[in-house]
Design a protein around this ligand. Structure first.
Ligand code: M6R
Length: 624
């Protein structure tokens, strides 16, 4: 939530800042701003309510020049999304200018104290308190003047920033510019991600790697409690409470073409169509025909530890939670290990019994979801081994876990998760095979599963051909105000995910249910104006779902069915049918997710919704 950028170097800072904010806009998009220091050392600020393009227009009519600057795109927590509450914020008499991502829990008490000291607040944000606090600490620092800046450059600034940070309770990703030291940016993180980009005589700061693509391929992932001092020709990283930290520079794996639209009208559509490739990437190098199993490089567990696993907890939020639910079905089926699926926001405050044989997986596209991060920390504290299934390399959850598996889906920018979901399903299927082969699954069964996996990317490609049919059906039902999504067994999670996709981008009320559970309540919603979307592939519950379709039809409800090619029985019953390729039951949810994503996309488009930036949402939810 919220995106931060910073630049110090030799080019016009505004160019990178705007470009970077556009790439980070998925993190929040209710207001935006930049601050630039010019050659004389004066800081100018431009802020607008609304999307980045409004900021870009404002800057086009009144350009800000200078080669050091910071910028921010906001998802409001404290204070409405007005220009006044937009970042950057200033401290004291423009002594410092800051952008912040995160939440300061004790801002009210700090604000009250600072107000008694004469600081005047201009906004309703928690962020402004940090700006005045740093100013206050700087003034105290300079009056005491304990450390000379000639000994360690900017030592007094670092001391003041650290003194301010140590008074904050909450989370921050922070960039700070100083009126009296125009060549330096200080960046700090605790609970909100920040990365540094290393260029030639220029340096970049951003909330994630995407703004850096095309500017540099060298990246430093800051960890919690680290404070970086950044100038055009140097980067120093220190620990908030200790001394200097050796930082490692890694190769950036994001390409500029990964983060542009490549001719698609929306990131969501682009990402839907990337799925044959992203699914292939999720299994690349992870299938071992010799042993009819899957293999993973980064689990960091000994064969003994893996063999002693007797319970698995899968924890996640939103779409990732739906993937976890599919994981439960698959792991229990293939490996006979009991699995519990927990909402991360619940797990972190529960107190489940600790058992040394329990393995916890946190599943997260962004790797930054605050609740999932909180849950994994709590589980670690209780002594559980924790692993991450993440898409974003170097993300907080990836860093925090004892080991893990990357999705390799490439950056997902559309707020509605699509390719990350199917990649999560893919990785969990591999995991089920892996644990299954360590236990009950025969070589032969393992090989049959592997063959299904190999065929999957081409089946997903074929499922994308339902685009036109999905568009036709979307036109027929785009006026509906309520939808039901119904599926059983492996496709119960698919139903939940289909409903979430529709509601988050089209604002239509939609509920996902196990198809048979419908008659215990939701069936009361069925009428001529409420379409039910059934996911009804061939399989051992096929006949049962057919009966559930009959129940809806008997009450006058329109039925849209996702079926396998050649299915005539459902076609005779349903009002509209989308047919997808036949695959084994356990991978059918991946194939069936495709027309559901397309259906949501087209309905939202027809209703004039902002597909990639739905109202009230942000891509990574880094607040509780
Ligand atoms: O980055 P994460 O996978 O941890 O995000 C979890 C949810 O916030 C996310 O899946 C959300 O539900 C998406 N907007 C769904 O499309």
């Amino acid at each position: 939530m919220c995106g931060i950028v910073g630049y110090v170097g030799h080019r016009e800072a505004c160019e990178f800042l705007l470009d970077g904010l556009r790439r980070l806009e998925y993190r929040g998009y209710d207001s935006a701003g930049v601050a630039i220091t010019d050659q004389a050392g004066d800081v100018s600020i431009c802020k607008t309510a609304g999307r980045i393009e409004r900021l870009a227009s404002a800057l086009a009519s009144s350009p800000l020049q200078g080669s050091i600057g910071i910028g921010h795109t906001r998802w409001a927590t404290h204070g409405p999304p007005t220009e006044g509450n937009a970042h950057p914020h200033i401290g004291g008499e423009r002594v410092v200018t800051i952008c912040h991502n995160g939440v300061i829990e004790n801002f009210q008490e700090l604000k009250a104290r600072l107000e008694t000291e004469g600081y005047v607040f201009q906004s309703a944000t928690d962020t402004e308190v940090i700006a005045h606090l740093i100013t206050d600490c700087l003034e105290k620092e300079s009056s005491e003047s304990k450390v000379s800046d000639s000994v360690a450059p900017y030592a007094s600034l670092v001391t003041a920033v650290k003194a301010a940070l140590s008074q904050l309770r909450g989370t921050y990703g922070l960039v700070v510019m100083f009126r009296d030291h125009p060549g330096v940016i200080i960046a700090a993180r605790l609970g909100s991600p920040l990365v540094l980009g290393i260029g030639d005589d220029e340096h970049f700061v951003a909330s994630d790697a995407s703004p850096l693509a095309g500017y540099t391929d060298k990246i430093v992932y800051l960890s919690d409690h680290q404070v970086a001092v950044i100038t055009a020709d140097s980067v120093r990283v220190t620990h908030r409470d200790h001394g200097e930290v050796r930082h490692s520079v890694e190769n950036l794996q994001v390409d500029a073409t990964d983060v542009d639209l490549a001719g698609y009208p929306h990131y969501m559509l682009k990402e839907i169509f990337e799925q044959p490739e992203s699914i292939k990437n999720a299994m690349r190098g992870r299938l071992c025909e010799d042993d009819a199993t899957a293999m993973f490089g980064g689990l960091n567990l000994t064969p003994q530890q893996l063999g002693s696993v007797n319970r698995i907890i899968l924890t996640a939020c939103g779409t990732s939670w739906h993937a976890a639910l599919l994981g439960e079905y698959l792991i229990e089926e293939f490996a006979r290990i009991p699995v519990e699926v927990e909402y991360a926001s619940e797990l972190r405050y529960r107190n489940p019994p600790v058992d040394p044989g329990t393995l916890v997986f946190a599943i997260s596209q962004s790797g930054e979801t605050a609740d999932t991060l909180g849950a994994i920390r709590e589980m670690k504290r209780k002594g559980h081994r924790t692993l991450a299934i993440c898409n974003t390399v170097g993300s907080s959850i990836a860093q925090e876990a004892d080991g893990g598996i990357y999705l390799h889906a490439g950056p997902e920018i559309g707020v509605a998760s699509t390719k990350a979901y199917t990649s999560q399903c893919m990785v969990l299927s591999l995991l089920a095979l892996y644990f299954g082969r360590m236990r009950h699954l025969s070589f032969d069964a393992g090989m049959r599963i592997i063959n299904e996996f190999h065929a999957l990317p081409s089946k997903v490609r074929a499922a994308l051909q339902t685009d036109e049919e999905s568009k036709r059906i979307a036109a027929k039902y785009s006026g509906a105000n309520n939808f039901l999504y119904l599926g059983r067994q492996y496709n119960f999670p698919t139903a939940l995910e289909g409903a979430l996709k529709l509601k988050e981008i089209s604002y239509i009320h939609a509920e996902g249910y196990p198809a048979a559970e419908m008659k215990h309540g939701p069936i009361a919603l069925v009428d001529e104006a409420t379409p039910s979307v059934f996911i009804v592939p061939q399989g051992f519950v096929y006949e049962k779902v057919l009966a559930n379709i009959e129940e809806v039809k008997a009450r006058g409800g329109p039925v849209i069915a996702i079926v396998e090619h050649g299915d005539t029985r459902v076609a005779a019953l349903a009002d509209d049918v989308i047919s997808v390729p036949s695959v084994a039951e356990f991978v059918q949810p991946i194939v069936s997710a495709i027309p559901l994503q397309l259906l949501s996309y087209h309905i939202a488009l027809m209703r004039g919704c902002d597909i990639d930036k739905p109202r009230n949402l942000a891509k990574s939810v880094t607040v509780e």
